[in-house]
Design a protein around this ligand. Sequence first.
Ligand code: NDP
Length: 593
Amino acid sequence: MAKSEKEQPQNPMAFDIDRKARKPQEYYERIKEKFADERDIRLAFRPEGTDQFTTDLTGDLAKYAIDPNAEELKPREKLTDTVECLFIGGGFSALLTSARLREIGVESIRIVERGADVGGTWYWNRYPGVACDVVAYDYLPLLDEMNYVPSRHYAKGDEIYGHCQSIARKYDLYELAVFQTTVTSTLWDEDEQMWNIFTDRGDQMKARFVICANGTLSKPKLSKIQGMKSFAGHSFHTSRWDYDFTKPDLSGLADKTVGIIGTGASAVQSIPKLGAVAKELYVFQRTPSSIDIKNDWPTDPEWAKKLQPGWQAIRRARAMAEPELSAAKQAKRDAMTQEEKVQRQENANIDAMMRIHKRIDEIVEDPETAESLKPWYMLMCKRPCFDNDYLPIFNRDSVHLVDTKGKGIKEIREAGAVFEDEVYPLDVLIYATGFEVQKTGIYNEIRGVNGVEINEKYKDGIRTVLGIHSHGYPNLFIMGGYQATFRFNLTDVLQSQGDHIAACIDYARRNGHHAMDATYEAEEHWVQEVIANRGKTTRAADCTPGYYNFEGQHQRRQDGNFNGSYPSYIAHAKDVLANMKENFEFTNPAASG
Ligand code: NDP
């Protein structure tokens, strides 16, 4: 283990419920009331919930979707061929699953990707400061297979993107890949027992297996702000950073007044870089993020040299294991009521948040700005951020925090952004307003057996096995959607899913089955598991609105993650593989005609 890795918890959700409260209970109750007040203020300002945003980046908004990294679209032949495995999307999901498919001998693999290269999130997000705040030795997939040790404890975006390209090269994934192409519909042909895949480039391809690997946060979203089209300056979304305008070293902003809307994880990473160069920077904040210490360092070459083959797999296995409690601790927990457990967890969470508040007071010199930067919600209501440069940047005279106190920016004029009748004149406006959450893991039209569109099937709730298989959609696998497990390190989840999918395909191939479809019973069993494990607290509803809780909108219990433990999800997946005949209906080539 590299130096002081213990300092930052791998899973910031894990609070020690055995710890005694540090303050009287009234103290925690008062803070919880403040949390509720701040949440209510925000809910009142955005009754539209998720409808406050748009992802329809067409017409006047089309410029926000343009890929600044791709060359102009060149005409190409329409594809009408057949492959064995087709991935919709070319990010981590596709790459790490493809590696497993190669290991079992699958030769015909096609990635269809909207971007001009593989990489997904790491292809699109190239804003200044982009990095991953999950430890790189865990986050970057296939480190054993690639014989690669990341250069830092927290890898920067370009290294992660480069790693994606290296995976694609090592596993020969460029050969059949099609870029700058968006899948528009995926239709099951019952006679041929094959999928037909249509794209926006006029392709009509066939595939035996389709893997939806299109990511959960892929579509950039914009807040619907009155007058945004009238802005006379330059504007773009963080995931489409315009380096032609800013210049790679951001020197193009040195004589500019820059505004940024949003203070989520993307903004937190880019604001220190912007603040360091822009003539003036205005940060329009609706809700502050929680900012903790980032313990980053270059990888110690001596440590890296000592790593034995298979080191990442060992780390993963360790991270996956349930923490073992001593008999005494277990007995203590067993003796607690559910209410007591929840209270202890909440109190520990509040202590963590107050530590984050204290750090703000220590770093930010202006007391009013410091107060505005304090997040008033439980940790993990929003994605926690880790950054050492974010808070100090507000000590610069050229960096201004515009605290909209939960209201947000509602109006933009030709000259700039407006808050409480004051116009903030801007040359550049950057939207750090995030991405649409894809609950189902599926963006395009997918029609399975009997032509049923999968969203029609889901209209009364998502129905899957492990979040991966859905009855009536043979040979279709979904990655990164709901009803799967949740981990702070997303690649843990994706790797588990990729391993499972490759094992299913291997089983079908080895046993001479052409198609496999999860049974209704297997699906019903999993839906009930998801519902039973959704927890008994009102935590999501108590949280301040954000994309984690669909802006405070009510969700059906099955439309969420599987909240049993990660080891329990893995055990369920193993169980499915061990009992394939009970969980799937198979179609053999002879029967498929
Ligand atoms: P987020 O959805 O997290 O943040 C959007 C921001 O825009 C919020 O601060 C939101 O405020 C604000 N906002 C929206 N509308 C308005 C408005 N009208 N006026 C003012 N503010 C507004 O998007 P990000 O791109 O920052 O992050 C998305 C996710 O990407 C992260 O949560 C994380 O999962 C991932 N990511 C991960 C990183 C990593 O290191 N692992 C780094 C960067 C991103 P409010 O909070 O009030 O809704």
